[in-house]
Design a protein around this ligand. Sequence first.
Ligand code: SF4
Length: 91
Amino acid sequence: MKTNKILYRDAMNYSNIDAIKGIDLLTKEIVMGDDLAPVGYKIKPKCKFCNKFLPDSKNGSLGICKASKNDFMAYPDMIAVTCKDYEGTNI
Ligand code: SF4
């Protein structure tokens, strides 16, 4: 049986309404961001899925981008659709 491990909030076909819920852009239904997206939904590029992102061990809402000479602070949920250095992981 195929399973999907992508949460709606991390799926391309999801647009948030608030911190808890959003719209499934394919079905047009209101869904919870923390529910699993249907099988086949693609992951939304975010820093936390990038191989160049180093999570902060003490603060889960922070991290470091290792893409440039000078490391800089990045946020795990920062959307990386336009980042030219994004190096996505497969989940
Ligand atoms: S390379 Fe881009 S997507 Fe990757 S961690 Fe740095 S800013 Fe985020």
